[in-house]
Design a binder for this molecule. Structure first.
Ligand code: BG6
Length: 467
C-alpha cells in the first residue's frame, strides 16, 4: 500500500470543503491520523492568501468539528494548510502549480476534486503538466456526470491517465459506522446469518427521510432529483450490502464482487410493472426554492418496490424510500421477518444509521401475569447515545480520507456498481415518464405522497414504525 500524505483540494472554497473536508482533516490531525509531514493545498479562485484562508477555515472547523475545538490544535493543523489561488479551468495555470509543488518539494499527491463533474476533464488535462501527478490518487464525489454516457466518458478519461486503481469514488454512506456494521451484524451472528433469506424474511425496508429541503443546493438538486441524489448511490450501497452473498473474502475485491452480484440480479421493471415499482413525489413549495425551475418536475421523494431474482431473495420485496422535507430525520434499514402465526407481531431487526446509530430488535414474549397473551418485546441498543462513544465514532469523511491516504479501497464505490446504478435508475425514470405517471405533490412534514404508502399497502405491507 502506498501512503500519500499530501492532499490538494480543487474547490477548496466550496461548501463540501468547509463543512466536511476541513473538519474531517482537523479531527484526523488531532487523532494522529494525518501523516506528520502532510501538506494540505487548497486551490480556489477566490482572493485569499494562506493566512486569510486559515482564518476562514478556523470558523468553519470550530462550527463543524465533532471534537471540542482547541485553538492550539487548530493552530498546529492550520500550519499544514496553504492556499494557492488559481483558475483551475485555465490549462496554462498548471505550469505555475507544478513550479509551486517542485519549489516546496511536495509530491506523492492525493487530488480531491471537490468540484462539479464538468470540471473533472479540465483538471485532469491540467494535471498532465504537473510532474508526478500521474502517480497520485484522485478522489471524486458524486454525481459522476449527468447521465450514464457522461459518466462513462469521465471515468474513461480519469482511468486512462491515473489508472483505475488510483481513482477513489467517495460514497460517504460507505463511511458511516452503521452501514459498515451491516455485514458484521449479518455474518457474525448465526441468529441472523442462518435466516437471512426469503424463507424467513417477509420484506426489507430502507428508509432515508430528511427534514431539510434543498436549502441552497437548488441548482444542483433540480438537475438531479431524489433518485440520482440518494437512491442510485447511497441507498443502493445499503441494499447491496444487505442482500449480498457472503463474500469469498472480506477484501475490496471480495466485497465488490458480492455487491455486484446483487445488482446483476435486480429485476428490471417493464412498462406494465412500473406503476407498482416506483412512485415519485415533490414537496409543495419546492418550485419556489432558490435556483429551482418554477415549473420543475424534479422529484424530491422516491418510493421503490424492488425484487432480487436469485435463490436467496426470490419473493421478498425490498422497499426503498427517500425524501426531503418529510418531517423527520431518520435513516435506517429494517428487516421484517415472517410471522409463525398470523396473530403475533413479526420479529423486526432495525439497523439505525442516522441520526441514532444503533440496533433495534423486536421479538415476542408472554405478557407478564396470569395470561397467555403474546406481546412484542423491544430491545433498543443505542451506540451513539453516550457522548464518549459519539466522540470516538469516526465521521464518514475522516474514515474515507484516512483509507485513501493508506491506499485501502474496500469502502469506495467501484465503477461497475455505478454503471449498474445509472442504467437501472435511468431505465426506471424513463419508464415512469413514458407511462405518463405523475410526480405527486406532498405537504412538507408528510412522509411523501399517499401513493407511496399504497405501493406497500396494496401488497399487505406497511412501513414499520417503532412504537
Ligand atoms: C448527499 C445528498 O449525498 O447526502 C444530500 O446529496 C443528502 O441531498 C445527503 O442530504 C445525506 O447525507 P447524510 O450524511 O446527511 O445522511
Amino acid at each position: 500500500m502506498t501512503i500519500n500524505p499530501n492532499i490538494t483540494i480543487f474547490g477548496g472554497t466550496g461548501d463540501l470543503t468547509f463543512r466536511k473536508l476541513l473538519p474531517a482533516l482537523y479531527t484526523m490531525h488531532v487523532a494522529g491520523k494525518l501523516p506528520e509531514n502532510s501538506r494540505i493545498l487548497i486551490i480556489g479562485r477566490r482572493d485569499y492568501d494562506s493566512a486569510a484562508y486559515r482564518e476562514t477555515a478556523r470558523n468553519w472547523v470550530e462550527k463543524f468539528t465533532r471534537l471540542p475545538f482547541r485553538p492550539a490544535d487548530f493552530q498546529a493543523f492550520a500550519g499544514k494548510i496553504d492556499y494557492y489561488r488559481m483558475d483551475f479551468s485555465d490549462h496554462e495555470a498548471y505550469r505555475g502549480l507544478n513550479r509551486y509543488y517542485t519549489g516546496n518539494r511536495i509530491g506523492s499527491h492525493i487530488f480531491y476534486f471537490a468540484v462539479a463533474p464538468r470540471f473533472f476533464s479540465v483538471i485532469t488535462e491540467g494535471l498532465k503538466l504537473v510532474d508526478g501527478a500521474k502517480n497520485g490518487k484522485v478522489i471524486i464525489e458524486k454525481p459522476f456526470g449527468e447521465d450514464l454516457a457522461a459518466a462513462k466518458t469521465l471515468n474513461g478519461e480519469l482511468e486512462d491517465y491515473f489508472g483505475p486503481e488510483q481513482i477513489y469514488r467517495i460514497d460517504h454512506y460507505l463511511g458511516k459506522e452503521m452501514v459498515r456494521n451491516i455485514q458484521a451484524i449479518r455474518f457474525t451472528n448465526p441468529i441472523f446469518t442462518d435466516i437471512w433469506n426469503s424463507g424467513h424474511i417477509e420484506s426489507v425496508q430502507i428508509s432515508a427521510l430528511e427534514d431539510m429541503g434543498v436549502e441552497t443546493r437548488g441548482g444542483y438538486y433540480d438537475a438531479s432529483g431524489a433518485l440520482k441524489d440518494m437512491v442510485q448511490n447511497h441507498l443502493f450501497q445499503i441494499l447491496s450490502i444487505m442482500a449480498m452473498e457472503q463474500p469469498e473474502s472480506f477484501t475490496p475485491k471480495g466485497l465488490h464482487d458480492a455487491q455486484l452480484g446483487v445488482f446483476r440480479d435486480l429485476r428490471s421493471a417493464g412498462s406494465e410493472t412500473i406503476g407498482d415499482t416506483l412512485v415519485l413525489g415533490q414537496y409543495e413549495g419546492y418550485r419556489k426554492e432558490p435556483l429551482v425551475a418554477p415549473d420543475s418536475s424534479t422529484e424530491t421523494f422516491a418510493g421503490l418496490r424492488l425484487f432480487i431474482d436469485n435463490e436467496r431473495w426470490r419473493g421478498t420485496p425490498f422497499y426503498i424510500r427517500t425524501g426531503k422535507k418529510t418531517g423527520t430525520r431518520q435513516i435506517e434499514l429494517s428487516v421484517i421477518f415472517r410471522r409463525p402465526y398470523p396473530e403475533v407481531e413479526p420479529n423486526v431487526l432495525i439497523i439505525k444509521i442516522q441520526p441514532t446509530e444503533g440496533v433495534y430488535l423486536q421479538f415476542n414474549i408472554k405478557r407478564p401475569g396470569d395470561t397467555d397473551d403474546i406481546i412484542p418485546a423491544k430491545m433498543d441498543f443505542c451506540q451513539n447515545c453516550n457522548l464518549v462513544h459519539q466522540l470516538n465514532t469516526p465521521e464518514a469523511y475522516e474514515r474515507l480520507l484516512t483509507a485513501c491516504i493508506q491506499g485501502e479501497r474496500s469502502w469506495f464505490s467501484q465503477w461497475d456498481q455505478i454503471e449498474y446504478g445509472w442504467n437501472f435508475i435511468g431505465r426506471l425514470k424513463e419508464l415512469y415518464r413514458h407511462a405518463g405517471l405523475p410526480v405527486y405533490p406532498y405537504r412538507p412534514g408528510e412522509r411523501g405522497p399517499a401513493q407511496a404508502e399504497e405501493l406497500l399497502s396494496r401488497h399487505g405491507h406497511s412501513w414499520f414504525e417503532e412504537g
